[in-house]
Design a protein around this ligand. Structure first.
Ligand code: ADP
Ligand code: MG
Length: 233
């Protein structure tokens, strides 16, 4: 850190000319074709684009759930492709938080148990429980902590999923159409909560969305189209 210029040390993620090809019937299909992006600590940004344009692919590569064909992702200046197995697991579990369109909560566990699952790899602490209760209160779920996902509304499930994603204090929250299964009111409420948490918790926020209204709530907006990511003014 000490030897880095200030501007670079503030870059949380540096995404350099990513390409991603998938095998297709008529040969490889290039989904990402030279995507570059710098994300600074604590900022919020949205990615919009047509269905099939590679938005999920991009988030999965940033979160190390998938690997690029070429190009690299630097997290705090380190190439995540060069991380060892243990460091990579830590990156996925601690540095990054994921929220998907479907909540993926475990049906047999309560809300509180669900949001504590990512902390189970570390020694259990009162700290994790305190943080879980704080965050659940913050998103208006204080009265639902002992409920199981099956009895929750869609909005309550997604708010639980956001708390689970933030429980380990990630530096970046990756949200892939988090409001895609919600009605417009719950969708906007969830987006507003994510922005508030982005400000309070200081994690960067990257949201993929089909909603222009939600996209505009983020600090910067990008369009992914024909394999390219273009910042919108
Ligand atoms: P988006 O999230 O923007 O809708 P995706 O990233 O899910 O788009 O997919 C982009 C393109 O890549 C689509 O054409 C999709 O069919 C293709 N694709 C995604 N994952 C795979 C895969 N594992 N194997 C083959 N093709 C894939
Ligand atoms: Mg997608």
């Amino acid at each position: 850190m000490g030897t880095m210029p200030m501007s670079e040390s503030q870059d949380l993620l540096t995404i350099k000319t990513l390409t991603k090809e998938f095998p297709g019937g008529g040969g490889p299909v290039k989904v990402l074709d030279g995507v570059s992006l710098t994300v600074r600590a604590g900022e919020s940004l949205s990615v919009v684009g047509p269905s099939g344009s590679g938005k999920s692919t991009l988030l999965n590569i940033i979160g190390a759930l998938d690997q690029p064909t070429a190009g690299e992702v630097l997290f705090e200046g380190r190439n995540i492709a060069a991380l060892g197995e243990k460091e990579l697991a830590q990156y996925r579990n601690r540095s990054v938080g994921f929220v998907f369109q479907l909540h993926h909560l475990l049906p047999q566990c309560t809300v509180l148990e669900n949001v504590l699952i990512p902390t189970l790899a570390a020694p259990t602490s009162d700290d994790a429980r305190t943080r879980a209760l704080h965050l659940l209160g913050r998103v208006g779920l204080e009265g639902r902590i002992h409920a199981r996902p099956g009895v929750l509304s869609g909005g309550e499930r997604q708010r639980s999923a956001v708390v689970r994603a933030l429980i380990n204090r990630p530096r970046v929250l990756l949200a892939d159409e988090p409001t895609g299964s919600l009605n417009p009111e719950s969708a906007e409420e969830l987006a507003r909560l994510m922005i508030e948490l982005n400000r309070e918790e200081g994690m960067a926020l990257i949201v993929v969305t089909h909603s222009p209204a939600i996209a505009r709530m983020m600090g910067r907006t990008f369009l992914l189209q024909a394999g390219r990511l273009v910042e919108q003014s």
